[in-house]
Design a protein around this ligand. Structure first.
Ligand SMILES: [Zn+2]
Length: 418
């Protein structure tokens, strides 16, 4: 858990009072500016979805003390902040026609008057309170709010983990635009090409001969770790122990379109054979999940263990299944996070295995472990090709260790030893 969440828990003890009515007189602002002043407080103490999945402050998920609407779901314009007094009161205004600068003034003035304190701005118009995927788009939020049916669809959406901006952007690009719907700031450019992962680095390929972009992507997320040589499980059938039911389903998501299969076994797989889902474990309070293991310096993966924080269900980490899918992604060869949004970005910001990642793994498993891909790289300079293969050894049985963890804010730890 991070500090904000702890503050949130502490706040449970403190009773939150709303700012509006009692403040109208003392605020010294014109009355119309203050209506409705809103108070945000954690209702359950644990946000529905927090910064372990999204790199956004836990406070984004606080609900308004009266309306019970989550701050992230409220309409623009909006500002959320905290008075830096000992009681750590959260306050904010949402669904205001005024510009954010005006609302920020209200917040500062409120904290000064009420608690004789300064204010810390947590969010202004979803700049912080977004999905964490970089998909923040103020226009997308405006778009959702503009059309009644779209707003209704948003409220009844199944994937409640998407923020309004991320959801709105997706909706606009998938259906809104085709229906001729508009909003200032949204255009074809917003949606980019028809690629499902336009923010990802490297290009996606639709099968056939892999493009240099495919190799580029593979190098960036896998082969870089072994001096330009591929790292994978030796066999395309990878054993998995410790997964049943929903966990098995979570692992199986990697089978489609990659050319690998999982074989479920009762005992921990032998070295070089497969993945051990250890399950719940004490992995440090800041991690949702971890994948750790090693590969031999000939490019074959020897071991990979997946562990889930034993407090996972009480942490803002999303579902355990999602954490497992993400970590298994590391175990089968995604050694560096993609640029989001996607399940394999640093925070697993959306629950989608994006096409470039699938294509990369498809390419990876079509080549023997330890394949030198440097000559396939775009603009592969002689300098690059001459790079010392310091780590690679064709007969290598030396272990290279790795560890990945989803930490708050999605920091990944990669530990290696030679
Ligand atoms: Zn990761």
């Amino acid at each position: 858990m991070n500090r904000l969440l702890l503050i949130a828990l502490l706040l449970l003890i403190a009773v939150f009072t709303t700012a509006c009515s009692e403040d109208k007189s003392s605020a010294g602002l014109a009355e119309n500016e203050m209506v409705p002043a809103s108070g945000y407080a954690p209702v359950s103490g644990v946000p529905v979805s927090g910064n372990h999945i999204y790199s956004r402050p836990a406070a984004c998920d606080f609900r308004h003390s009266k309306t019970k609407v989550r701050y992230v779901d409220a309409k623009l314009h909006k500002v959320m902040g905290k008075c830096n007094s000992s009681s750590n009161r959260y306050a904010g205004w949402a669904e205001r026609p005024e510009k954010p600068a005006v609302i920020i003034k209200w917040l500062k003035s409120y904290c000064k008057r009420k608690y004789k304190s300064t204010a810390t701005i947590i969010d202004v118009d979803e700049r912080q309170c977004h999905s964490g995927s970089g998909a923040y788009n103020v226009a997308a939020v405006g778009y959702v709010n503009k059309y009644k049916d779209v707003l209704r669809a948003f409220k009844s959406r199944r994937d409640t983990e998407l923020s309004k901006s991320a959801w709105g952007k997706e909706h606009y690009c998938k259906t809104g635009r085709k229906k001729g719907r508009t909003y200032p700031g949204l255009s074809a450019k917003t949606c980019g090409s028809s690629s499902p992962c336009r923010n990802c680095t490297g290009s996606s390929e639709g099968g056939g001969t892999p493009t240099s972009g495919g190799y580029q992507f593979l190098n960036k997320h896998n082969a870089y770790a072994l001096s330009g040589r591929t790292v994978r499980w030796k066999a395309k059938t990878i054993q998995v122990s410790g997964a049943k039911g929903a966990w098995r389903t979570a692992v199986n998501r990697w089978q489609a379109g990659i050319g690998i299969k999982f074989k479920y076994v009762k005992k921990k797989p032998a070295k070089g054979k497969g993945i051990q889902i250890v399950g719940y474990a004490n992995i440090g309070k800041d991690f949702c999940g971890k994948a750790s293991g090693w590969w031999w310096d000939d490019g074959e993966i020897g071991e990979c263990k997946v562990r889930v924080n034993s407090k996972h269900d009480n942490m803002p980490c999303g579902t355990v299944a999602r954490t497992i899918t993400h970590e298994v992604g590391h175990c089968i060869g995604v050694f560096k996070h993609i640029k989001g949004p996607g399940l394999m970005d640093k925070t697993g910001s959306i629950n989608t295995i994006t096409t470039p990642v699938r294509n990369m793994l498809k390419l990876l498993y079509s080549l023997p472990p330890g394949t030198n891909i440097k000559s396939k790289l775009k603009g592969s300079s002689t300098a690059l090709q001459r790079t010392k293969e310091s780590k690679y050894d064709p007969d290598g049985r030396q272990r290279i260790y790795f560890e990945f963890g989803i930490l708050k804010g999605g920091i990944t730890k990669v530990i290696r030893s030679d």
